[in-house]
Design a protein around this ligand. Sequence first.
Ligand code: SAM
Length: 284
Amino acid sequence: MSSSAAGGRLSIVATPIGNLADLTARAQNVLAAADLVAAEDTRHSARLLQHLGLSKPLLALHDHNERDRVGRILSALDEGRHVALISDAGTPLISDPGYIVVREARKAGHEVSPVPGACALVAALSAAGLPTDRFLFAGFLPAKRSGRRSALAELREQVATLVFYESPHRILDLMQDVLDEFGPERECVLGRELTKAFETFYSGSVEEVLAQLQADPNGTRGEFVVMVRGNDEMPDASGNLDADALLKLLVAEMPVKKAAKIVAEVSGLKKNELYQRALQLKGD
Ligand code: SAM
């Protein structure tokens, strides 16, 4: 634990994203020890504290008043108090308020310490079955279609797995835009209502996942994490494999579509391109 020159202590405390049992024992201890709790929605957080049998002074801190509230929090820290920062769900600062407070508290020399726990993006990625060695968290994309489309266009060639947050009323629009920008075949996984009673994962190509959502009466309810596989089908993904030679062998034995599919799977090359090449080879 780092020592603080200025005397105050700011704890950034993760709270559950749906399942109350996910609150850590340490989070509970830190909340019990805090002099002041800065919370996004004080009514919501009062219920959590009540559930823990705690009664604490609460200070509302949301996106619209964060700049004004920094002064109050810094004064409490300057007096040597212990402030806990929580958000409505999960880890503060992850698509949630707190950035200005953390930055200013650090600048003023106070101890700022994380109390880690639930975070929807990490929970979703951990169970999605998509590559996690590199990922790019883009939070909420713009609400307007034009802004969303250009944000997606910028991410189209990203090799890292892409992770987005989305609200239920925009999920179908987002998926349609992902389909339009990335094509129907890009692999994706959606995590809905994670850690809750109706937790659901939808996975497959973008086209398939969109169809699953449309077919599910609950498909536009609840909270979503959208994960899209990066554009990692590199031409050299096949290592030393001679994809063309393999394709030549296979088209002699089976339908071109099947041959292209197999070679795409083992080589990482694009199925459509291999299909065109297979047609060519068949004609030769
Ligand atoms: N700070 C939070 C965290 O650590 O994940 C995220 C806060 S952000 C305002 C809320 C968004 O997170 C939701 O719109 C949804 O995209 C995602 N989210 C939060 N809880 C979730 C859950 N239980 N299942 C799926 N997504 C969730």
